[in-house]
Design a protein around this ligand. Structure first.
Ligand code: CTP
Ligand code: MG
Length: 226
């Protein structure tokens, strides 16, 4: 059930409005990205970690990562201006073309090892799987002046990690690049080629730190779980 992890940290965190990349924000004594890396470092199924960083922050990130002992190889590579480009660069750096690859947002420090293992098992058997949770809000679709209500029982909120057989996700990213297609997650690139993607039920705690409000919630998770 071994896998490689691509952890994405090359964004700018604009919506967080912290004056710097949100990956560096300290929560419970450690920067967000360190919390995220620790989850993968502790998982014995994770063979090694590719950390995709902003080229302007490569030195800072390298120094930060060197301050901790993860007991596992963490390779830094430079990302691109869009998340999708950052993922593609991460994929291009993987030499083992037969492996399972996990793609994870550095801004999701609360993913659990239990979820990682559930995902790895399904991805190994089915070639593509994502963590997701049932949508709890009622979702409206607005087009021009017409509002419609989507059937909530069919809706899932996609999270990361998203896990794929290397060949499948590499092909999907390569084709998306050739077609100038920009998706909002990695699974959507696989879906558009007609391949199935399985859903593995994740946890509502696996939030992505996006807006300043999310930091309060994150702090309370850390307080509850020590
Ligand atoms: N990411 C990346 N490369 C990019 C853009 C995003 O590696 N060019 C990463 C981010 O660092 C983050 C994850 O993708 O861990 C999810 O993206 P998002 O939450 O949108 O983070 P940011 O792009 O940093 O934030 P914002 O959109 O508010 O600027
Ligand atoms: Mg972004």
């Amino acid at each position: 059930m071994d896998y490689f992890a691509i952890v994405l940290a090359a964004g700018q965190g604009k919506r967080m409005n912290a004056g710097e990349n949100k990956q560096f924000i300290t929560l419970a004594d450690k920067p967000v990205i360190i919390h995220t890396l620790e989850v993968f470092a502790k998982d014995e199924w994770c063979k090694s970690i590719i950390l995709v960083v902003n080229p302007n922050e490569q030195q800072r990130m390298k120094q930060l990562v060197n301050c901790y002992s993860f007991g596992k190889e963490i390779r830094l590579i430079q990302g691109g201006s869009e998340r999708q480009e950052s993922v593609y660069k991460g994929l291009c750096s993987i030499e083992d073309k037969t492996s399972i690859v996990f793609i994870h947002d550095g801004a999701r420090p609360f993913v659990t090892q239990e979820s990682l293992h559930k995902l790895a098992k399904v991805a190994s058997a089915e070639k593509a799987a994502i963590l997701a949770v049932p949508v709890t809000d009622t979702i409206k679709q607005r087009t021009d002046n017409q509002l419609t209500t989507l059937d909530r029982s069919l809706l899932w909120a996609a999270q990361t990690p998203q896990a794929f057989l290397f060949d499948r996700i590499y092909q999907a990213h390569k084709q998306a690049e050739e077609n100038n297609f920009l998706g909002t997650d990695d699974a959507s690139l696989v879906e558009r080629l007609g391949y199935p993607v399985q859903i593995v039920r994740g946890s509502y705690n696996n939030i992505k730190l996006t807006n300043p409000e999310d930091l309060k919630r994150a702090q309370s998770f850390f307080n509850e779980n020590g």
